[in-house]
Design a protein around this ligand. Structure first.
Ligand SMILES: C[S@@+](CC[C@H](N)C(=O)[O-])C[C@H]1O[C@@H](n2cnc3c(N)ncnc32)[C@H](O)[C@@H]1O
Length: 381
C-alpha cells in the first residue's frame, strides 16, 4: 500500500462558505483539530483518525472535508494524466464501485475545471482498463468515491472528499418549498446567534424549516451527518471500521431530549408547514418542532425569545416593492410586539436591510448557495 499525503502529514482541508470562517475555525477547535490555519475559503488542520471521523460526522459549518492524496506541480494536461496514474486506484475503487470528480482550476495553464476533471477521470478509467479490460462507472449523484481536483497557480492537489458529497445535504429535507437556504448556512446563522437552547426560538418565515431543523439538531446534540448513509472515508485504504463505529456510537449516545415548546415557527404557506413536519419526522424522536400556518401579522408577538429568520427577498420571491413593504411591517411587528427578544434576520438581498426600519447591533455578511446576503442582529427593548 502506498503512503498518501494525508497519511504522511495528518493534514486535511475543510471547505466552507464565505463569511463562515470564524465559526468554522471555532468548530474545528471544539471538535479536536489542531494546528488550524487559514486557506482559500477554508482551513487546513491536523487530526488523528478518530478526530477526523468525528469532524466529518459532526461538523455543521463545513461543506467538505478533504484528504489530500497527492500534491504536485502541474503545468500541462499530459502531466496531470501521467501523475494521476501514479496512484494505485484499485486501493480506492473496485469495478463494482462508482466514482465522481469535482474540480476547480484557477490561474493555471490548464484553464478549464471540467476538462481537468475529465483528464483525471480518464487516467483512472484507463488504469483499470489496462489491468482488467473493465472500468468502474461514474455516478455524479451518489458516487461511492468522490474525488476533488484543485489546481491553483499550476499546483495540483488530488483529494478524497471525506463526506462523499457536500455536507450541507443533511438528509432531512425530503420536502422543500421555494428558496430554501442551505443547511450549513442555517447552522452558521445559529452559531452566530449564540443561541444555546435555553431561550425559546421562533422562525416566523420558516419555509421548509431549515433554521428550525438545524436548531433541533443543535439543541438535541444530533450529529449533523446522522442521516448520511455514505461517507468518503469508507473508501480510504486505511479506513478503520472499529474506530468509526466507536465514533458514531458515542456521538449517537450523546443526543439529548429537547424541551417542549423550545423550537417553534410559522409560515403563510400551508405547503411550507407540511414540509417542516415531513422534514422534522426524518430526525430522531427526541422532541418536537411546533409549526403552524400563520401570517406574521397575525402572531401575538414574543417576549424573551430568540427570533431567527430569513424573510422573503426580491430576487427569488417576487416583487421587490412588495418585499420592502413586508419588511417595514415586520420591523413594526418586532418593535411593537417583541420587546425583550433578540432577532437575527438573514437577508438574501443586502439592499433590503434598511427597509426594516430598525438599527442592527451588528451585521455579518454570509454567502452560500448562490446567495450573497447579510445577517443582522437586533436587540428589541
Ligand atoms: C426565504 S423563504 C424562507 C426559507 C426558509 N429559510 C427555508 O430554508 O426553507 C421566506 C418564507 O416567507 C414566507 N412568507 C411570505 N410572506 C409571509 C407572511 N406575510 N407571513 C409569514 N410568512 C410569509 C414564504 O411562504 C416563504 O416560505
Amino acid at each position: 500500500m502506498s503512503e498518501y499525503l494525508y497519511q504522511k502529514t495528518q493534514q486535511y482541508f475543510g471547505q466552507l462558505a464565505g463569511g463562515a470562517e470564524a465559526c468554522g475555525e471555532a468548530e474545528l477547535k471544539q471538535l479536536g483539530a489542531t494546528k488550524i490555519s487559514k486557506g482559500y475559503l477554508g482551513y487546513y488542520f491536523y487530526a488523528d483518525q478518530r478526530t477526523l471521523y468525528t469532524i466529518v460526522y459532526r461538523t455543521r459549518i463545513f461543506s467538505r472535508i478533504l484528504a489530500p492524496l497527492l500534491a504536485f506541480d502541474c503545468h500541462s494536461e499530459k502531466y496531470l494524466y501521467k501523475t494521476a496514474q501514479n496512484i494505485d486506484w484499485s486501493e480506492f475503487l473496485t469495478l463494482t464501485k462508482t466514482f465522481a470528480i469535482t474540480s476547480n482550476v484557477a490561474d493555471s495553464n490548464i484553464r478549464n475545471s471540467q476538462y481537468a476533471g475529465q483528464i483525471l477521470k480518464d487516467a483512472i478509467v484507463d488504469q483499470f482498463r489496462t489491468k482488467t479490460t473493465k472500468r468502474p462507472d461514474v455516478d455524479t449523484r451518489f458516487p461511492d468515491l468522490l474525488l476533488n481536483l484543485y489546481i491553483h497557480e499550476n499546483k495540483a492537489r488530488i483529494s478524497v472528499d471525506l463526506g462523499g458529497g457536500s455536507l450541507h445535504k443533511r438528509g432531512y429535507r425530503t420536502e422543500s418549498v421555494e428558496a430554501p437556504m442551505q443547511e450549513t448556512l442555517a447552522a452558521t446563522i445559529l452559531r452566530l446567534s449564540e443561541w444555546n437552547g435555553e431561550r425559546p426560538l421562533y422562525d416566523p418565515f420558516c419555509g421548509s424549516g431549515t433554521i428550525l431543523c438545524e436548531a433541533f439538531m443543535k439543541a438535541g446534540n444530533i450529529p449533523a451527518a446522522y442521516l448520511r448513509r455514505k461517507f468518503g472515508f469508507l473508501r480510504l485504504p486505511d479506513f478503520d471500521a472499529a474506530v468509526w463505529n466507536q465514533v458514531k456510537t458515542k456521538a449517537n449516545h450523546e443526543t439529548v431530549e429537547i424541551a417542549e415548546e423550545l423550537i417553534k415557527g410559522s409560515d403563510l404557506s400551508a405547503d411550507a408547514v407540511k414540509a417542516v413536519r415531513a422534514n422534522r419526522n426524518e430526525l430522531p424522536e427526541i422532541g418536537t418542532i411546533k409549526v403552524r400556518r400563520a401570517d406574521f401579522r397575525d402572531l401575538e408577538g414574543f417576549n424573551n425569545t430568540t427570533i431567527v429568520t430569513n424573510p422573503p427577498y426580491g430576487i427569488r420571491l417576487g416583487n421587490t416593492a412588495e418585499v420592502a413593504h413586508l419588511l417595514k411591517e415586520f420591523g413594526d411587528f418586532l418593535k411593537q410586539k417583541c420587546t425583550g427578544s433578540t432577532a437575527f434576520i438573514y437577508y438574501g438581498d443586502k439592499t433590503l436591510v434598511k427597509k426594516l426600519g430598525l438599527k442592527p447591533e451588528w451585521r455579518h455578511e454570509l454567502r452560500a448557495g448562490g446567495l450573497d446576503g447579510v445577517l443582522c442582529k437586533y436587540e428589541l427593548y
